[in-house]
Design a protein around this ligand. Structure first.
Ligand code: ZN
Length: 87
């Protein structure tokens, strides 16, 4: 179903793109598929449920960055820490 015009129209596959999701533990590369509605012609990207679940995990990363910043750790150092833990 098209989220723009709410038509239950056939959506044409309209290519895909890669999206990287970072979590505290690792980085995920996801393929996001784009579809084009044949009713209104607007393109839509469908995010897998997996991605929505990891939205929450991505928040953990922000919290960790803020926590370390408050502890006086420089942003460069925080980035290093995150990269290290992402390996
Ligand atoms: Zn539409």
């Amino acid at each position: 179903m098209c989220p723009h015009c709410l038509a239950r129209a056939m959506l044409h596959k309209h290519g895909s793109f890669k999206r990287i999701v970072y979590t505290l533990l690792k980085a995920y590369v996801l393929s996001i598929y784009r579809f084009k509605c044949c009713e209104c012609g607007k393109a839509t990207s469908f995010l897998p449920n997996f991605m929505k679940e990891h939205h929450q995990v991505a928040w953990e990363v922000k919290e960790e960055v803020i926590r370390q910043q408050l502890a006086g750790v420089s942003l460069v150092k925080i980035a290093e820490n995150l990269v290290t833990s992402a390996g």
